[in-house]
Write a protein that binds this ligand. Structure first.
Ligand SMILES: [Fe+2]
Ligand SMILES: [Fe+2]
Length: 220
């Protein structure tokens, strides 16, 4: 219904500009949180994985900034400086396991899932601007899931069960915090043509899928 010239529709442009800004800010925060984590990461593979991700997120920020300028939809910051500082503080004080859950299951996997739901509805230029970033996010998610599987493999059965049982609560708490940030996610997603309730249902289904993946034992 809203197909042919949606890229020229002012409401669409504003909402998409705000969503792109939000995504770019999140990428930038991920970049900083991962960079801060390199020094204390438990081993060389983790340090290298984090460093690669820092480079990827920096590239995503550059791609998105260039696209927002070209599209002419650059918006002011969506996440305030105070909120940004609180988010970085949250990630800094996490231990390695909780960092893996919050960063990779929550922000990377579920965040990317929400962005992916917007792609088919987006104008061609925006879709193209998201192509490389979303491909890289798959690597980041795989890194996080693999590290969590490794950590679980090193636990005894009781600890492992307790750890797995705690994950949904962490995800729910972060989701709650996200919705309390006043970012008007629903109206933004709806203004670009997304059915927000359906999007939330699909993200929840993705959460179940990723939890199942994490709890799957590592292949020998
Ligand atoms: Fe990214
Ligand atoms: Fe990422």
């Amino acid at each position: 219904m809203n197909l042919p010239h949606k890229k020229d529709d002012p409401a669409y442009r504003t909402a998409m500009g705000r969503l792109l800004m939000l995504y770019t800010q999140v990428d930038r925060l991920i970049m900083e949180a991962c960079a801060a984590r390199i020094a204390s990461a438990p081993d060389e593979a983790a340090k290298l994985g984090l460093a690669k991700q820092v480079g990827d997120e920096s590239k995503h920020v550059t791609i998105q900034h260039a696209w927002m300028e070209k599209f002419g939809v650059r918006q002011p910051k969506i996440i305030s400086d105070v909120q940004e500082a609180a988010i970085l503080k949250h990630f800094r004080q996490l231990d390695w396991l909780d960092f893996l859950i919050d960063m990779y299951l929550c922000v990377e996997a579920l965040g990317s899932d929400a962005v992916e739901k917007v792609v088919p509805l987006a104008d061609p230029g925006t879709r193209e601007s998201l192509r490389i970033p979303l491909q890289d996010e798959l690597d980041h998610i795989a890194f996080g899931v693999n590290r969590l599987q490794q950590e679980l493999a090193g636990m005894n059965a009781v600890d492992r069960e307790a750890f797995l049982q705690g994950i949904p609560g962490r995800i729910a708490a972060l989701n709650h915090a996200f919705h309390n940030m006043g970012l008007e996610a629903r109206s933004l997603f709806e203004a670009v043509g997304t059915d927000y309730d359906d999007l939330c249902r699909q993200v929840l289904a993705r959460k179940d899928e990723i939890l199942e993946e994490v709890s799957r034992p590592l292949a020998a």
